[in-house]
Design a protein around this ligand. Sequence first.
Ligand SMILES: [Zn+2]
Ligand SMILES: [Zn+2]
Length: 294
Amino acid sequence: MKTIPFHNDLHVHTNLSFCAPSDVTAATYLPLCREEGLSLLGFTNHLYHARHLEKRGLTDITGVAYALRLREELEHFRDTAPVPILFGCEVEHFYNQGPSLAVEDASEFDYVLIAASHILNFPGEYINYDLSTPEKLRKMVIDQFVRACELEYPVPTGICHPLYPILSPWEQEIVDGITDSQLEECFKLAAEKNKSIEIHACIYRSGTQRDAEGISPSYLRMLSAAKACGCKFHFGSDAHKADAFRGKHKLLLRAAERVGITEADMWPLLDEKKHPTKLDGSDACVEPLYFKEW
Ligand SMILES: [Zn+2]
Ligand SMILES: [Zn+2]
């Protein structure tokens, strides 16, 4: 089975994401790929609901049409990119709502990542839910992970920053409080539903305590549980600018190494039988929708 190369980063943002600086484009990252040792790069801007675009003055445009602007931008690098590039997106998936990407639009992308834990990032979407304690927020984070696993797209699908309570002041308590059996239940489901688990920047961010190597034992525990359940993985720096990209991949790789995640555990991204880019209608493995094969 053909998997993605071990040295990958499939979660990178450009200025089409409102949370990224306005001068960050695909060209920001491409010159850095070699020094980071990457063999595959994937862009995943946020796939916004139309109502979120409207708030930014972007009326009469769908989230997909907005996201596709990056594909045009990437076209300029078709012959010069230092590594193969994939075109993905980060799908918003709020509690009790449909995802921001409709199933029929998914084939515009090489792959999708589901953002199940954008909870405190979008407080307005959770106004009707009591998230006033670490226990309540933890339950929402777990419920959302399960809901993400149940989403079925006709393209390879991963879960970005799995079980990461972004922006929560209780991050350590929430993550450490997820029991072994809850982790097993979550990751068995992810493995069963072919959802790739992201080795994410939360492993070295400051939300949980880090060890002498600058890596969080709390998230190592989580990744170990995912590995034990047979999950497949990809890496995600979740960079929104060069500084969040440069020098970070060695930390992501080190985390994988400490958990025993190897090349054999990487995401068989292009082997998904349902991948829609098979132009001849066969079930054969196909080239990425966007760029050259690695
Ligand atoms: Zn995210
Ligand atoms: Zn992201």
